[in-house]
Design a binder for this molecule. Structure first.
Ligand code: KIV
Ligand code: NA
Length: 262
């Protein structure tokens, strides 16, 4: 597969489905690099998935950079999008451009940030600096405290207005999270950039999931995430087998060690 570009994303609108997953480390990204995925998101979901926080709010630029480096080191052909963490773009356009630029300097092909009309001015400035931006509307987990939980978003008029504001600001795609499918479908029809959905139904230009949810790794799986594997139990059973083998002197068996006489 050739390196995926922003143009490839735009061309898929209304034609081929865009498929993305999050990734946070080298070994998993290496595997994802062998697939036909279009893009990888180094999401601030790493706060929960990898660092054990109960929201994405504590995630900072250092955390994203740390994991972005691991993903970039896998040298994949998928488009690498890095999430801008909470408070890395809210203060000012200057801070937003600077932090977006830092992620690009570490190997991101594009950045993603949360919000609609209220941040479209900042998005437009980042885009003008030459940095591709992916939008993110609907449930925006960085506004967890304001929203008071992870609820489905219902305000169709506001979502449409936000999507259009993002499109005008120059985003190359929009993530729509936890929104009724009919609303996501309407947004998909009304904007010219691809919509990439999570918990927003099938009528979008693409889908994204958190890799830990797909693999069945972690304590909590949202209702909209399909578990394609049950890694929690696979890992539990592998580790229990190792413990049993050691305690019953079955490991290491002959093939796993060297003796002076063979
Ligand atoms: O951080 C993340 O994983 C995300 C996706 C859920 C879109 O923003
Ligand atoms: Na995110």
């Amino acid at each position: 597969m050739e390196k995926v570009t922003i143009k490839n994303f735009l061309k898929k609108k209304g034609k081929d489905k865009i498929v993305m997953l999050t990734a946070y480390d080298y070994s998993i990204t290496k595997i994802l690099g062998r697939t036909q995925l279009d893009g990888i998101l180094v999401g601030d979901s790493l706060g929960m998935a990898v660092l054990g926080y109960n929201s994405t709010l504590p995630v900072n630029m250092k955390d994203i950079i740390h994991h972005l480096k691991a993903v970039v080191n896998a040298k994949i052909n998928q488009l690498i999008v890095a999430d801008m963490p909470f408070l890395s773009y809210e203060y000012s356009s200057k801070a937003a451009i600077k932090n977006a630029g830092i992620l690009v300097k570490h190997g991101a092909d594009a950045i993603k940030l949360e919000g609609g009309k209220e941040i479209s001015g900042k998005i437009s400035k980042i885009v003008k600096a030459g940095i591709p931006v992916m939008g993110h509307i609907g449930l925006t987990p960085q506004r967890f405290l304001e929203i008071g939980g992870y609820k489905i978003v219902k305000d169709e008029a506001k979502l449409l207005e936000d999507a259009k504001a993002l499109e005008s600001a120059g985003v190359f795609s929009i993530v729509i999270e936890n929104v009724y499918s009919e609303i996501a479908q309407k947004i998909t029809r009304e904007v010219n950039v691809p919509t990439i959905c999570i918990g927003a139904g099938p009528f979008c230009d693409g889908q994204i999931l958190v890799i830990n949810d797909l693999l069945g790794l972690g304590e909590f799986t949202p209702y909209f995430a399909k578990k394609y594997l049950d890694l929690n139990n696979e890992i539990l059973s592998a580790v229990n087998s190792f413990i049993d083998d050691v305690r019953n002197s079955k490991f290491p068996s002959k093939e796993y060690y060297r003796s002076l006489d063979n």
